[in-house]
Design a binder for this molecule. Structure first.
Ligand code: SF4
Length: 448
């Protein structure tokens, strides 16, 4: 699995404007009557970044944990700069820095930032790109906090990983904090007995599995307790790895990826209780936990939770023959109603592989869908959700922040470096290495 090198010169002609930002501006100015989830998105994100909360966008309603990183105020010169000025300053800083810097852009990132990315991919592909370029002294990660942590885990000690805006967290990753997970483990130990004790079949009571979209602290926890990390591309392979070692799986933070994957493997829904960290025994009784095969953490992605079966029904009625592809972070009924479910990489490859003009209704983040629509004008590609509502945490990386950190590097200042402490990093790497050894499924398909 490799990230896609992308340069401005390589980009195909784009008759459709892929910028979600431009679309939101058009909505605010009345040029189009499409809806956006919050018109405040048209203003600079720095109006929200210094306050608690995720700001306007799909995850704005989620509760931000008290300990989440906060971003200080962006210097005025960047807040007041025009789009064209920021674009020119980013280009100039990158040219000065040359190979010393590598800019990574996540698939869900806004177009104004993606156009400056040296590599575009999902979180794991981008961490791999960082690892493959040890000559880059600085890696500017235009994604969210857990992704920058993963890049720090996989890059060399000499490389500095930079997150342009520290307020770019991930509401799903923040739904499982390390204290809650440690408490859950202690509670489960009271039910199942010692967690390292194998039964007659050689299985331990529980193997913890965390989605890549989790903090380094959670990945470290998993590494310390015989567990493993998964991505949306390899979740099935990883669950098979875990079931070969344990009677049950504790899966966090995304209940939907866990449920959709385990269901496709034949695990009955009644053997997938939910763990709510705010309730005694996660809201379960002991017999439910005894019978469990997969214990699902009460987490979700606010972007993918927006997709509904009604949207799929409407797409099928408006476009008979439409091909519906959704991300496995979507709720189970949505995945069941879709034609296919798979990771962002799977969705991209599926569209790229279509040889005949096709109508695709896609259930994933709007920035990726708009970009795909622009890159493949021979197809009709639209987002299942009719409302323009990007991932609000990813949206925090405005070009102003990118210009700020790059110009900081030009003048010798490393701003917003993300460093995972060694006591967390070592076991987290163990959990990631187990995942690599488990050989991820190549095409990311999650639906049987
Ligand atoms: S799309 Fe969802 S999981 Fe991805 S960064 Fe945004 S909130 Fe987190």
């Amino acid at each position: 699995m490799t990230a896609t090198p992308l340069t401005l010169q390589d980009r195909p002609g784009t008759p459709i404007d892929p910028s979600v930002d431009h679309e939101i501006q058009a909505i605010v100015s009345g040029e189009t009557n499409t809806e956006t989830c919050n018109t405040d998105l048209a203003a600079g994100p720095w109006n929200f970044d210094t306050r608690p909360g995720y700001g306007p966008g799909a995850s704005m309603g989620d509760v931000i944990p008290a300990g989440s990183p906060r971003q200080g105020e962006l210097p005025l010169e960047y807040r007041e700069a025009s789009d064209a000025d920021l674009h020119a300053r980013i280009l100039a800083a990158k040219q000065t820095l040359g190979d010393r810097v590598m800019v990574l852009g996540h698939f869900y990132q806004r177009e104004e930032v993606i156009e400056h990315a040296d590599y575009v991919g999902d979180s794991f592909q981008l961490a791999g790109a960082a690892k493959e370029h040890p000559e880059a002294e600085a890696i500017v990660f235009c994604g969210v906090h857990f992704m920058a942590e993963t890049a720090d885990l996989l890059s060399t000690p000499k490389q500095a990983v930079i997150l342009p805006n520290l307020a770019a967290g991930c509401s799903m990753a923040d739904m499982a904090n390390i204290d809650q997970v440690e408490e859950c483990w202690e509670d489960l130990e009271e039910v199942y007995g010692p967690m390292d004790q194998q039964d007659a079949d050689g299985l331990v009571p529980v193997v913890p599995v965390t989605y890549m979209n989790s903090s380094a602290a959670i990945k470290g926890f998993v590494g310390r307790h015989g567990g493993i990390v998964c991505t949306s591309s390899n979740a099935r392979t990883v669950l098979e790895w875990a079931f070969a070692r344990g009677r049950r799986v504790l899966f966090f933070p995304d209940q939907h990826l866990g449920r959709n994957t385990a269901k496709a493997m034949g695990v009955p829904l009644e053997q997938m209780p939910m763990w709510n960290p705010n309730r005694a025994l996660g809201g379960n009784d002991e017999s439910t936990l005894e019978d469990a095969r997969v214990i699902l953490w009460h987490g979700f992605c606010s972007v993918h939770r927006r997709f509904t079966v009604a949207q799929i029904d409407k797409a099928r009625s408006d476009f008979p023959g439409v091909r519906v592809i959704v991300h496995p972070e979507c709720p189970m009924d949505v995945v069941d109603a879709a034609d296919e479910a798979g990771s962002t990489d799977y969705i991209r490859k599926a569209i790229a592989a279509a040889t005949e003009p096709t109508v695709f209704a896609v259930g994933t983040e709007i920035n990726l869908v708009q970009r795909l629509a622009a890159e493949y004008p021979q197809h009709t590609i639209f987002c299942l959700d009719p409302v323009v509502c990007p991932c609000s945490t990813m949206y925090r990386i405005h070009p102003g922040y990118l210009a700020w950190v790059l110009e900081g590097l030009v003048s010798g200042n490393v701003i917003n470096q993300i460093t995972v402490p060694a006591d967390v990093a070592d076991p987290a790497r163990v959990a990631l290495e187990r995942m690599l050894a488990a050989k991820p499924i190549a095409d990311g398909r999650n639906k049987s």
